[in-house]
Write a protein that binds this ligand. Structure first.
Ligand code: BGC
Ligand code: BGC
Length: 856
């Protein structure tokens, strides 16, 4: 049963060396009070979801019955501020505008609170000055996902995963309220938050937007966050959004916008959990998710959520009783079969009430009008959608006053709540190691601070910070903020703290301790995904940070690592080099919270200890999501976290250097810089002679010794030393073989292809056979000669040959021991990189036809 997975793992899958820690984790987890999640057989009716306000409903009906079709469709349309003027809002009766991530009034990143408020007033005034009998105020939505995070100078709270570590619903409620105040002060009335993903896989570049992998915590936080944002719908509150409904955290291999392949019970009880909390708190809007859901066990493929009536209408609205409105995600309708960004009756019929059409809103309005007139979209559906939007606007009190007339509007002080954010940072930190109690630090100690994240406000803020991906920012973009380094200086006295980003020209031996602030650089949706075949090893992703740590650790001085990252990664080598290790997540603007806890003394003079515990499991292997990793894939269970005094030493951990890539259900890597287990590379002659290539990246092989047929060197095709350049001096083969045969039938069913990158150095004159083998007497080949002949020498090309072509040549895809073999004769020389069998449909995947490789 999937639902119970993390809990079971907590008990079962712990390495024995971790036994002592394990108990610590259990005790701390048991100390938390989390409401039990009931086990639902179907989507439950949620108490609090239904307004039950007949007077309000009557008012809504009166308003809707007085509206024209154009006005109704306008209300259902949400356009981006870069693409719509206030006057267009007036003329088209637009229901909503949004500013996307990294979009600001006048395209000015440093737009002032007055700029925001002025634009909000203009949109509002425009919406209230239409030629319609009933005027309906526009609502402005923004991704205020960790504070008012697109606004210059606003306090940035820790991203959701850090709040998850705090296990403090009251804190989350206060952050919701503070965020609402900041948003409302700029005249904006709607926050696209909270994200309620119960992210299961940290490969997902949005996993830091998820509070936890544990449904009960997400449910509790959902309620608290919505209560904080919406409050009693007063002048300091904003409309909240429960997003992304549903299963965004369930996608296979954590692929953004991917396919959730879970059974119904898992969808309802794990991934649905946050929605019960949000609906209980009366959330006014829900955003439909980009992902699709294939309930293979139940035999139902629901497709993309924005076109799934079974979820949006039957589950959310009918069964759960949601009476707010559903908004689609950014151009999400364009992803439905038969739809475009500007036309999608299916989505509206499925239950989308408001459509986020950032740019193509004009065409969308025209198309939708026609679809209603043609009867493609029933009028009743339109009235229901508009009624829901109007009801939410009435509840919010938006009809009553223009943005700048509200108390607090334009008050720049409301953009900040630094004390609250600093408290959140303190509570979010998780201490994973503290050998010999090197922490807390003592005031007056001589500290050497190293690492690129130490003095980087953009890095500690992460994605969705002023810009969409959190990239292209500098410290100057965050005026009311403190870096982790500055916090340490404040706490220890500036004279006691030396900073050297790369530890160049300093001798660590001159200091009492080293604080290494390392971690990830900012990312958000899509860009932040880690490919299924990549390891989660931190050193593979940030070799510079890993090398820096090695360097300073040589000094023998105590090393305290502060890890700034959106997700747990495989850090055993880092843990081994560190005496203490603190997971700081993405703390936001108040880096000072880190020093508070490292020195065990808050800025307020009060004692500070670690209280945070992991909201999701921490990987103990480089490929934790590979099924075969089995029992010991987690190093620390959710709930783990140390405090002072620690009196507990973490033993040396296995570093798994041999693992260079991960297996992946949608692809099987064969060679990626090194051969990927179970495969190994060989040079072979035309008969039975062969030699293994091995893992040496430097030497050159000429084989066989006396009169070589083949010569092999390591070269670069994509990244450093990632390719093997093979020169044919006579008839020979270059191949990858596994100790056991692999079953490729599942991949074949998913239209997989044998793929690799190639640079032809010397063209062949004879045939170049690409073969797969299935035991000594089974196999088949295709002729790559003509294809390779068409490539300009020295250029990198991607070859993709559908498995089907090999099957047609007699390869038994269920028992493939040699997935890749090139047989040729002199003259021919080419470099090969990134060999894999893959079903992943990347944008630049171009499959060769079987005919083009001689298979008819
Ligand atoms: C994201 C949403 C976000 C929206 C508006 C989408 O790409 O998935 O979470 O609210 O854009 O920026
Ligand atoms: C994001 C927006 C962002 C846009 C940039 C969308 O997917 O959600 O917030 O502004 O992409 O193109």
């Amino acid at each position: 049963m999937r639902r119970a997975r993390p809990m079971n793992e907590r008990r079962r899958n712990r390495p024995t060396a971790m036994a002592a820690l394990a108990c610590l984790a259990c005790a701390q987890a048991a100390g938390q009070h989390l409401p039990p999640t009931a086990h639902y057989a179907d989507w439950p009716a949620v108490k609090g979801a239904r307004g039950g306000d007949p007077a309000l409903d009557a008012r809504v009906r009166r308003i809707v019955s007085g509206m024209t079709l154009a006005q109704k469709i306008g209300q259902m349309t949400q356009a981006e501020i870069k693409s719509i003027t206030p006057d267009e809002v007036r003329r088209y009766y637009i229901g909503s505008v949004l500013n996307g991530g990294g979009s600001w009034p006048n395209r000015d990143k440093h737009a002032s609170i007055e700029d925001w408020l002025a634009l909000a007033d203009s949109y509002y005034d425009a919406s209230m000055h239409t030629d319609m009998a009933v005027k309906i105020p526009v609502v402005w939505g923004t991704d205020a996902v960790h504070g008012h995070s697109n606004v210059y100078g606003a306090t940035l709270f820790p991203h959701n995963v850090g709040l998850g570590a705090a296990h403090d619903a009251q804190l989350v409620r206060e952050i919701g309220a503070a965020t609402a105040k900041a948003v409302r002060a700029t005249g904006v009335t709607w926050a696209f938050a909270p994200t309620l993903a119960v992210a299961q896989n940290v490969r997902w570049g949005r996993s830091y937007e998820s509070f936890s992998s544990q449904p009960s915590l997400v449910r509790e936080y959902a309620r608290a966050f919505v209560e904080g944002l919406q409050g009693d719908f007063g002048p300091h509150n904003v409309m909240a959004t429960a997003k992304h409904f549903v299963g965004d955290g369930a996608t296979r291999q954590g692929t953004d916008q991917g396919e959730a392949r879970v059974d119904r019970s898992t969808m309802i009880n794990v991934h649905g959990a946050g929605y019960y909390g949000a609906l209980e708190a009366g959330v006014l809007s829900v955003m439909a998710s980009y992902n699709s859901w294939n309930d293979a066990a139940g035999g139902v493929d629901y497709g993309k959520m924005s076109g799934a009536p079974a979820l949006l209408t039957d589950a959310l609205k009918r069964k759960m009783g949601f009476d707010g409105f559903v908004v689609s995600d950014w151009n999400a309708i364009g992803q439905l079969p038969g739809c475009s960004n500007a036309s999608c009756p299916q989505a509206i019929n499925a239950g989308i009430d408001m459509v986020m059409v950032p740019d193509d809103w004009k065409a969308f309005i025209a198309n939708t009008m026609r679809q209603v007139q043609d009867g493609e979209i029933p009028m009743a559906r339109i009235d229901d959608a508009v009624g829901r939007i109007v009801r939410a606007k009435l509840r919010m009190g938006l009809f009553d006053r223009r943005p700048s007339q509200l108390p607090g509007a334009g008050d720049a002080r409301l953009l900040q709540d630094r004390a609250l954010a600093r408290r959140a940072v303190r509570e979010s930190l998780v201490l994973l190691k503290n050998n010999r109690d090197v922490l807390p630090l003592k005031r007056g100690m001589k500290l050497l601070v190293v690492g690129t994240r130490a003095d980087s406000l953009p890095d500690q803020a992460g994605g969705w910070s002023l810009t969409w991906q959190g990239t292209d920012n500098t410290n100057a973009d965050f005026p009311n903020a403190q870096s982790i380094l500055d916090g340490l200086r404040d706490a220890d006295g500036a004279a006691n703290v030396a900073f050297s980003e790369n530890a160049q020209g300093v001798d660590a031996k001159d200091y009492d301790a080293i604080v290494a602030v390392i971690g990830e650089t900012p990312y958000a949706e899509m860009m932040g995904d880690i490919a299924p075949s990549s390891t989660l090893r931190f050193g593979d992703r940030y070799p510079g940070d890993a090398a820096l740590l090695k360097k300073v650790a040589q000094s023998g001085k105590p090393v305290v690592t502060v890890f700034v990252a959106g997700r747990p990664l495989f850090v055993n080598p880092v843990l081994n080099l560190s005496d203490a290790f603190v997971m700081a997540w993405l703390p936001g603007s108040e880096g000072g919270g880190v020093a508070d806890v490292l020195f065990a003394a808050g800025a307020d003079g009060r004692r500070a200890n670690f209280t945070g515990t992991l909201p999701r499991p921490w990987p103990g292997v480089p490929c934790p999501d590979a099924d075969e990793a089995g029992a010991s894939r987690w190093l620390f269970a959710p709930g783990y976290g140390l405090r002072y005094p620690t009196r507990h030493d973490l033993p040396a951990l296995p570093e798994h250097d041999e693992v260079k890539a991960c297996a992946d259900a949608s692809s099987m890597p064969v060679f990626h810089t090194l051969a990927v287990a179970p495969f190994a590379l060989y040079l072979a002659d035309a008969a039975q002679g062969e030699r293994a290539v091995g893992s040496d990246l430097n030497g050159e092989i000429a084989w066989p010794g006396d009169r070589p047929l083949l010569r092999l060197r390591t070269v670069q095709v994509n990244t450093q030393q990632d390719a093997k350049a093979v020169t044919w001096l006579g008839p020979g083969r270059f191949l990858a073989r596994g100790a056991q045969p692999a079953d490729l039938t599942r991949l074949a069913a998913a239209h997989a292809a044998l793929q690799f990158d190639v640079v032809v150095d010397a063209p062949a004159r004879g045939p170049v056979k690409l073969a797969m083998r299935c035991g000594s007497r089974c196999g088949g080949d295709v002729d790559l000669g003509p294809v390779l002949a068409g490539y300009a020498a020295g250029t990198r090309q991607s070859v993709s040959v559908p498995l089907e072509c090999f099957a047609r040549r007699g390869v038994d895809l269920a028992h493939v021991d040699v997935p890749f073999e090139i047989a040729a004769d002199a003259p021919f020389a080419a470099a090969f990189a990134d060999i894999r069998v893959s079903a992943v449909a990347t944008a630049n995947r171009r499959d060769l036809s079987c005919a083009s490789v001689g298979v008819r």
